[in-house]
Design a protein around this ligand. Structure first.
Ligand SMILES: Nc1ncnc2c1ncn2[C@@H]1O[C@H](COP(=O)(O)OP(=O)(O)O)[C@@H](O)[C@H]1O
Ligand SMILES: [Mg+2]
Length: 274
């Protein structure tokens, strides 16, 4: 079914792969948008798990939850991340073996921010001292680069692009512009310029602000190659949690145009119903 020359990357959700003619075109930047509780984080877990099964190195940025909780939640859906080599970027030890998955949580970002501040002070002692913040796009870019280094996917110190296909997950990006939503578009753009590569297929979660019915800052959707949008029916009228997802956009492929009903099944995770 898939077109010549386009490599497909599995989402880890069978029905979604089928709806995308085999998967996400390699190198895409996919925004996952939706209100709280719609299934965005679980969708990320499926994507990471599919990566581990496929032998793809995974970079997992988590700003909303500790990775420990992600591991616990994923286990409920029969995905055991601990059966793979997990390295937390904030850990003090250098990895003895090449990890399968590198985790960047708030502590990892703090560590990278501290390193960047120290470096900038050393380089320009008499000039301005720059202090980087943990939830800063430049810090995130550095942390992702460090994750690539640890995963051994860069040919040398100066390389910017992985030579091997990597899955990048950022859950969520909204945290980086929570206090300055007007900057969402610029920050998304900066991040894309710095990390968008042929060999990187990314999931970027964006919170949906219920009050305004627009994505937080509304920047990500403009620069994304694909958008998976998730929502819940108004619970006050339906008296039930009814979830849906739609492929709102996906570049370089034909795809299903109608919404799926989305269920989160114990022991299994997300299933999509036509
Ligand atoms: N073990 C489980 N079995 C079934 N459903 C679950 C289980 N664990 C969590 N859920 C469902 O998943 C929802 C959370 O999904 P999540 O992906 O974290 O949402 P989001 O990231 O969009 O806020 C919960 O509200 C709950 O309904
Ligand atoms: Mg979440």
């Amino acid at each position: 079914m898939s077109h010549v020359g386009i490599i497909r990357i599995s989402t880890g959700i069978r029905e979604l792969d089928e709806a995308l003619e085999g998967g996400i075109p390699k190198g895409s930047w996919v925004a996952i948008t939706g209100e709280p509780g719609t299934g965005k984080s679980i969708m990320c877990m499926h994507y990471a798990w599919a990566g581990l099964l496929a032998g793809d190195p995974v970079v997992y940025v988590t700003t909303e939850a500790e990775f420990r909780d992600i591991v616990r939640q994923a286990k409920m859906f029969s995905m055991d991340f601990e059966s793979y080599k997990v390295l937390d970027i904030s850990s003090k030890q250098e990895a003895v073996e090449t990890p399968d998955i590198v985790v960047i949580d708030i502590f990892g970002l703090l560590k990278i921010a501290r390193q960047m501040s120290e470096q900038s002070q050393m380089q320009q002692e008499s000039v301005k001292k720059k202090r980087y913040a943990a939830l800063d796009i430049q810090t995130l870019i550095m942390a992702i680069h460090e994750a690539y280094r640890v995963l051994g996917v860069l040919r040398d110190e100066k390389a910017k692009s992985p030579y091997k296909h990597v899955r990048l997950i950022i859950d969520s990006l909204s945290a980086f512009w929570a206090d300055k939503p007007a900057m969402a578009r610029k920050y998304s753009y900066d991040l894309k310029i710095a990390t968008h590569r042929e060999n990187v297929t990314a999931y970027l979660v964006s919170q949906y602000a219920m009050t305004t019915r627009s994505t937080f800052g509304f920047g990500l959707e403009h620069i994304a190659d694909g958008v998976f949008h998730l929502w819940i029916d108004d619970v006050e009228s339906t008296h039930e949690v009814k979830r849906y997802m739609i492929i709102k956009k996906m570049r370089m492929t034909n795809h299903r145009k109608t919404a799926f009903k989305l269920d989160i099944v114990p022991g299994k995770g997300i299933t999509l119903i036509s």
